[in-house]
Design a protein around this ligand. Sequence first.
Ligand SMILES: CSCC[C@H](N)C(=O)N1CCC[C@H]1C(=O)O
Length: 356
Amino acid sequence: MRLQKLISLMKERGFDGALISPGTNLYYLTGLRIHEAGERLTVLVVSADGDYRLLAPSLYETVVRNFPVTFWRDGENPYDKLAWILAELHLSKGRLLIEDTMRADWLIGVIRLGPFEFHPLSSVIRELRMRKDRHEIEMMGHAAKAADRVFDEILSWDLLGMRERELALKIELAVRELSDGISFEPIVASGENGANPHHEPGNRRLRKGDMVILDYGARWKGYCSDITRTIALGRPSERLVEIYEAVREAQENAYRAVREGTKAKEVDRTARETIARAGYGEYFTHRTGHGLGLDVHEEPYIGPDGETILENGMTFTIEPGIYVSGLGGVRIEDDVVVLDGKGKRLTRAERELIRL
Ligand SMILES: CSCC[C@H](N)C(=O)N1CCC[C@H]1C(=O)O
């Protein structure tokens, strides 16, 4: 059980307890689908002694079943109830792990309840979440397949003259048709807009000669995919085609560099060196990839400072890019899992340059 694994790690590292607010960690540990209920305090309290209890608004009475829980009603002071739970679990003081994304007003309320020494929950839970089990990898496979299928659909659309924001909406709808939802708002960056890696789709219409970056993802049972393909409309300039080839080669080389026992930064170095050899080193302005799972960005990060040693079960993206201001950009991204000692692509859509 994942909660028991966290408790063992907490004990090993000398933590007395953990306070976990709604988000992917709470879901990962309990399977409870509790969205952050805005301002209403919701916290899972876990003691290193093995005890745990959820404090939740009574709105969740029908959702939380077969789990130790204390409900509070509108009009009551939830911090009084939290103080009581902390006392019951012998956690009125001590070294606590605290959810990294906990709302500031809740955190301030917690600080008032005792002399605590806080540490980020991520510093411990990362070790559990980074290594996916068979079920998690299977769910990510479904999410990746949905992304691949949407790419094939996009190729059948009449893209010339379409606005970036229209295309982003169509992609979102197509993803929603095939999965549980989007993993983030799709990026559509055409022509010179492609020089911004996180471009927000706007009113620019797609035209002949454009390279168009399409970056989107699906969710399946909470797990994310994240794919990027860059396609050409008509005949883009020779320089853009040369850039495309450099990115494609960098993505392939980095993928082949994925091995159990290799450091994340070695995969990044492989991509970076390939792009530098093509003469575009200064235009590759971000890390090569990021871990992927319940969150679209999580550990392990595949960057120049990536000290994580890759292990079977780790899942992450490989997405080098080249961005030239005033000209445009190219990015190619796949989701990869380390299996039987080497990388295996989860997303498999065509990577050769497609000209429409
Ligand atoms: C969650 S928004 C960005 C999604 C995108 N696929 C992405 O992760 N990146 C685009 C540029 C690099 C990379 C990133 O690290 O942000």
